[in-house]
Write a protein that binds this ligand. Structure first.
Ligand code: GLA
Ligand code: GLA
Length: 682
């Protein structure tokens, strides 16, 4: 639990735990001479920093050779931080193996699907399944855990770093062996494997486990279920590394919470974090804004989904940036106010810690143009002043610490298996983007001022009056049953094109699409009608669709057509349908309407559920509202998404952050500002 970390972190003068949000950064003191460390801790105090992640890339420094160790510098840093009231989220330092290790054991290096070796020289050049790497990594973890077990600065363990950021897919011989073991335990027999993989197709039948390989570069499309299982396996292989490190940490330092930093971001889909979340003592996430027309929505979506993965409990923002990053084609600096607004949007969605990569901007190395809390310009800088101001803000928000998110009426289902399966090759279209579709729905709800919880599959369906499941492509029988029960018991399900099409083996449900949900939706699709890029079709009173269309036949007695295609191959046929169930409904949207089109359609989809906006019409879309609730009260966060001043009428409460006395009934939000009110309520 993050509360264990927070209570280890904050002790009042009498030694009793105090309630505060955590604030800090990755700290890489090994890049700096000793004198700078003194200035670091002084500035950390000034900025209100109370936690750092230490030693993430320190392996080569901590273990200069196979049997030599150098902990003296780390002892000193730990002591210094502790003396200045800064807690340590200590990394296990296994993220980047040292040159002596890769020279002695090149067999730990990852291999691509084309058989190319990924050489040392950057970082994360290790195979998740290498027994040699595992042995060396765990030896380091054991040394660290034994040495710092009783250190008063230690508040949490940071396993490795961004597991799978660069090495999720390894096609080496180690991977091949481990993949076979994984398949053997999933399927038991080659017959079961042959069935699941549909190997009657293209003469792929296996007669012995030794014949099975990862989906290496092949002459044509590799077997889809082999590809899917390799994705599942690769996520599991990294999770297994996490568990191996965690095992040692729990053995040697019971009571110290263990985490690892996830990357809940659109471009990172290899790790099934919904499946990993139960293995960490608190969820931690890294997020970087990729500037674009919907970057604010995407940040909010990521924070929201992280909260969903964490089961609505508080989580830890382990990394984001104070300003520019260094890894986009053009790296934009943040504008005034954005540092705080980005951070506080994460807090609005349940973060109890706000941390950056990194504390002090590097002089050398690949990330020297990546911003930090102390920039190249030094503390006399706008960035450091914004950092210090945020430290003060987080102190003022102390009562929020420990509160959970208050469930919204609308849920958006986010499903890793459907993400993987829907975007595989040899499909009706290669233009489908699972994450973008989910974000479209989220953006539409944001623009209407309707709160939604993004939740992973398996989080329990009944919590939300409305459940939106965009592109829920893979629907095993059990999930189909759950969704049916949900709608038959009064829930309102909304799903889209290419949903309910395949089972867990990626085998098509027969009899017409969407096989798994056909009866529930009361429709039958005989053929898919994907659209070429740039082509759209018009709908009656529901805007225009792109990407996809379906040839829909209404089969259910209680199914009504909410919109029809007006142009295109399916002109005159249904485009959006809704079947009424006992007190609930099941709706289907057969084309990509985009955020604006969905915003226009949503009021009709939500109407039977009686869900509407909680925000006054004048500020919908300009302001994002979230609610956290805990022992310290009920907290309303209002985020100004615009560059204008926005006045939110009709809100009252104790102002923890923002302008206004709170006893009136309006809150004035400066451009990009965030307000937090403790509102009446149980
Ligand atoms: C990731 C890594 C950090 C750093 C940042 C830069 O989040 O964990 O070490 O490379 O990216 O944005
Ligand atoms: C070729 C092949 C067939 C099939 C089709 C698909 O004609 O011979 O086996 O793959 O392409 O278009």
């Amino acid at each position: 639990m993050i509360s264990t970390l927070l209570s280890r972190l904050h002790h009042g003068p009498d030694g009793a735990p105090t309630h505060r949000l955590a604030y800090g950064a990755d700290y890489n003191p090994e890049q700096w001479p000793r004198e700078v460390w003194e200035e670091d801790v002084r500035l950390m105090r000034e900025a209100g920093v109370n936690i750092v992640s230490l030693g993430i890339f320190s392996w080569a420094r901590l273990q200069p050779g196979p049997d030599t160790w150098d902990f003296a510098w780390l002892d000193e840093v730990m002591d210094l931080l502790h003396a200045h009231g800064v807690g340590v989220d200590l990394a296990t330092a296994t993220a980047s193996p040292p040159p002596w290790l890769t020279t002695a054991h090149p067999e730990i290096l990852p291999v691509t699907d084309r058989g190319e070796t990924l050489w040392p020289g950057a970082r994360q050049h290790w195979r998740p399944t290498s027994p040699v790497f595992r042995e060396h990594a765990l030896r380091l973890v054991r040394e660290l855990a034994a040495r710092y077990a009783g250190h008063p600065a230690l508040v949490a363990w940071h396993v490795n770093n961004e597991l799978g950021c660069h090495n999720v897919y390894d096609y080496s011989d180690d991977a091949a062996r481990a993949f076979r073991d994984w398949l053997r335990s999933r399927y038991g027999t080659t017959d079961a494997l042959n069935h699941a993989w549909g190997t009657a197709f293209w003469s792929q039948r296996y007669s012995d486990w030794e014949q099975v390989l990862p989906p290496r570069l092949a002459a044509s499309h590799p077997n889809p279920t082999q590809q899917l299982d390799f994705k599942r396996f690769s996520s599991d292989a990294l999770k297994d590394h996490l568990l191996a490190e965690r095992g040692i940490l729990r053995e040697l330092t019971p009571g110290v919470p263990v985490t690892t930093n996830f990357m809940v971001m659109p471009g990172t889909k290899g790790m099934n974090y919904a499946d990993w979340a139960g293995e960490v003592d608190f969820v931690a996430n890294d997020h970087y804004v990729v500037p674009g027309p919907r970057d604010r929505d995407e940040l909010s979506f990521s924070a929201n989904l992280t909260s969903g993965i964490a089961g609505g409990r508080p989580w830890f923002l382990m990394e984001h940036s104070t300003s520019a990053v260094n890894w986009q084609p053009v790296n934009r600096a943040k504008r005034p106010g954005e540092l705080a607004r980005d951070s506080l949007t994460h807090v609005a969605h349940g973060a109890d810690a706000v941390c950056f990569f990194q504390w002090r901007q590097s002089v050398a190395g690949a990330e020297k143009y990546h911003s930090a809390m102390v920039p190249h310009a030094g503390p006399d800088s706008d960035v450091f002043r914004a950092v210090t101001a945020l430290g003060d803000t987080l102190k003022a928000l102390a009562p929020v610490a420990g509160s959970e998110r208050e469930p919204a009426e609308v849920g958006i289902l986010f499903d890793w298996e459907s993400w993987w399966a829907s975007e595989q090759d040899s499909h009706p279209t290669s233009l489908l983007d699972y994450h973008r579709e989910a974000l479209d729905w989220y953006s539409a709800l944001l623009s209407l001022g309707i709160r939604a919880d993004v939740v992973p599959t398996g989080a329990g369906l009944s919590r939300h009056r409305v459940l939106i499941a965009p592109v829920l492509h893979m629907v095993p029988a059990a999930l189909a049953k759950d969704l049916t029960r949900y709608a038959e018991q009064g829930g309102h399900l909304v799903t889209t094109y290419f949903s309910g099409v395949v089972d867990e083996n990626d085998h098509v449900w027969l009899g017409g699409h969407p096989g798994a949900l056909r009866e529930l939706l009361g429709i039958r699709v005989e053929e898919f009608g994907p659209l070429p890029a740039g082509q759209s079709v018009e709908l009656d009173g529901a805007g225009a669709g792109t990407l996809w269309t379906d040839q829909i036949e209404v089969t259910g007695e209680r199914t009504e057509v909410l919109a029809r295609y007006r142009t295109g191959t399916h002109a005159g046929r249904p485009a959006v349908t809704r079947r009424s169930t006992d007190g609930g409904s099941a709706s289907y949207v057969s084309t990509r309407l985009g955020a604006d089109g969905l915003a226009a359609l949503l009021p009709r989809l939500l109407e039977p559920a009686g869900v509407s906006s909680e925000l006054p019409a004048a500020v919908r879309g300009s302001v994002e509202a979230t609610v956290r609730r805990g022992p310290g009260g009920r907290f309303l966060f209002l985020v100004n998404r615009t560059d204008e001043t926005v006045t939110v009428p009709g809100v009252a409460g104790e102002v923890l952050l923002g302008d206004g006395s709170g006893d009136g009934d309006e809150v004035v939000l400066a451009p990009r500002a965030v307000a937090v009110l403790r509102t009446p309520g149980d």
